[in-house]
Write a protein that binds this ligand. Structure first.
Ligand SMILES: Cc1cc2nc3c(=O)[nH]c(=O)nc-3n(C[C@H](O)[C@H](O)[C@H](O)COP(=O)(O)OP(=O)(O)OC[C@H]3O[C@@H](n4cnc5c(N)ncnc54)[C@H](O)[C@@H]3O)c2cc1C
Length: 452
């Protein structure tokens, strides 16, 4: 329950629906699925699944996020590269509409026909929902407005709809056998080296998956599920805080770094996997500072995950202490455009004399530029920079709202208006009107109901 995009922050006279007591978890081990109530947190499901050898892969970095929020934002996270966003993992949801009707939607049971859905209620009354005709950005994740594609499944309309179309009261999700996740750290001298290694490891992993599809069972492969990138300014924050506050100090060699999750196949060994990864990293001259942690090295894994979390914590604390504005982006671009996007972001912030910290899920080309004003008076400049970067992301074929949703964040709503035309946002309004004609649910989330 983070309300990162202000999507669940009430205004005067509004009613907040608190789902924290809706905490039931039911695991079906045989069918590898888990049914949750909306107040269940990501961390709680992972713990319950682990107890029976299962795992839910597409969770956000924030483990306190609730399943109601994760499904409503179509959350993703570090492992999108291997496992995608929340959407394909949701098999069934129970949704309460604004008029109190309850829908029980199973994936595959209700598809759009001729560009629309017809829903019939218990009294035989019909409501028509027209599927928007816009094309969504062709990138592995986007949480920017309603999902739309011809012949789409009704369940997908509610996933990612940020509470505007109905309240999710139950969901059944797929799980997988617990993978053998090993962690690694690659200390890099600069951004380019980090991006080169990121690209190489992606390519090797995509090759592995292709070969597996062709029936190759060689266990001695590289199969990355996630790569997290931390840039040089963020590393300086870590180093300062490591010395003064948290004691989480990155390796001396690291000017930038990658934190990697790699999965070991049955028949492989941790030692051999570590050596294979190291030999790839050595090709870039980066063996100094390399770290590798098998699943039972919980201490080292905690050091790596804590270090990743310490990056936003450190930046946010400075913002608070200095009472300045921070604008945080959530961008994804096609992989061949990553370098151009990062260079543009740095130039934009340099020109406007703003501080910029970048981290994120580099295995997907999904980055979080955090733009920090130097003085309280520079707040508007930070907003302008975020907007300019968002525009560039769209030009490059990406999405300026990759995984956190739009909510009632004004800049994100403005970016949505760049991503889609007024007519296309009008199609989203039509969907909203069809399901919630009085605009009772999550008012103002994603878009304003009035045009303009
Ligand atoms: C430090 C940090 C790291 C993060 N990392 C990631 C990440 O890696 N990937 C990622 O995708 N996100 C990330 N997030 C964002 C956030 O955690 C996720 O988007 C998460 O999915 C939202 O869940 P929540 O419980 O915080 O939802 P909330 O913020 O409580 O709600 C989000 C939206 O969902 C709606 N909603 C909530 N419950 C329901 C329900 N039952 N029915 C209908 N609508 C509902 C709300 O109205 C609101 O609009 C991060 C956030 C933080 C603070």
């Amino acid at each position: 329950m983070t309300s990162l995009t202000r999507g669940a922050v009430p205004e005067d006279g509004w009613v907040v629906l608190d789902t924290r007591q809706q905490k039931e978890i039911h695991i079906e081990k045989e069918s590898r699925s888990v049914t949750v109530q909306p107040g269940v947190k990501f961390r709680e499901v992972q713990v319950a699944l682990a107890a029976v050898g299962l795992y839910y892969p597409p969770g956000p970095t924030e483990e306190e996020a609730s399943f109601g929020g994760m499904i409503s934002c179509n959350a993703a996270g570090a492992a999108t590269f291997k496992y995608g966003q929340t959407r394909p993992w949701v098999k069934r949801i129970e949704v309460v509409l604004a008029n109190g009707e309850i829908l029980d939607i199973r994936r595959g049971q209700c598809k759009a026909r001729d560009g629309h859905f017809i829903l019939e209620n218990a009294n035989g009354a019909e409501r028509r929902i027209d599927v928007p005709t816009y094309k969504m950005p062709d990138v592995p994740k986007s949480s920017a407005g309603y999902y739309a594609e011809p012949d789409m499944d009704l369940i997908d309309l509610f996933i990612g709809s940020e509470g505007t179309l109905g309240v999710i009261t139950k969901a059944t999700l797929d799980a997988i056998p617990m993978p053998s996740i090993h962690w690694a750290l690659v200390a890099c001298p600069n951004e380019q080296k980090a991006l080169d290694v990121n690209q190489r490891l992606r390519e090797l992993s995509l090759e592995t998956r292709e070969k597996r599809k062709g029936g190759d069972i060689n266990p001695r492969v590289i199969d990355i599920s996630a790569i997290e990138y931390v840039d040089a300014p963020s590393m300086r924050v870590l180093r300062e805080d490591g010395q003064s506050k948290r004691g989480i100090t990155p390796p001396l060699e690291a000017k930038t770094m990658l934190i990697i999750q790699v999965e070991k196949a049955d028949g492989d060994t941790s030692e051999e996997l570590g050596l294979r990864l190291l030999s790839e990293v050595e090709k870039y001259g980066l063996s100094e500072g390399f770290q590798f942690a098998p699943p039972d090295n919980t201490g080292q894994i905690k050091y790596l995950t804590d270090m990743r979390k310490a990056v936003p914590d450190g930046v946010n604390r400075r913002v608070k202490e200095n009472q300045v504005t921070k604008m945080a982006g959530d961008f994804i671009v096609p992989m061949d455009k990553v370098k151009e996007m990062l260079e543009f972001a740095r130039k934009t912030c340099e020109d406007l004399d703003l501080d910029l910290y970048i981290w994120g899920h580099s295995s997907d080309g999904n980055f979080h530029p955090n733009i920090v004003a130097k003085t309280p008076e520079d707040a508007e400049l930070a907003k302008r920079a975020l907007f300019e970067i968002g525009k560039k992301v769209i030009e490059l074929g990406g999405s300026p709202i990759a995984e956190h949703g739009v909510g009632r964040n004004k800049t994100k709503q403005a970016l949505l208006k760049l991503l889609y035309t007024p007519a296309e946002i009008g199609q989203m309004r039509q969907v909203k009107r069809a399901l919630d004609p009085e605009g009772k649910l999550a008012p103002g989330n994603i878009f304003a109901m009035s045009e303009g």
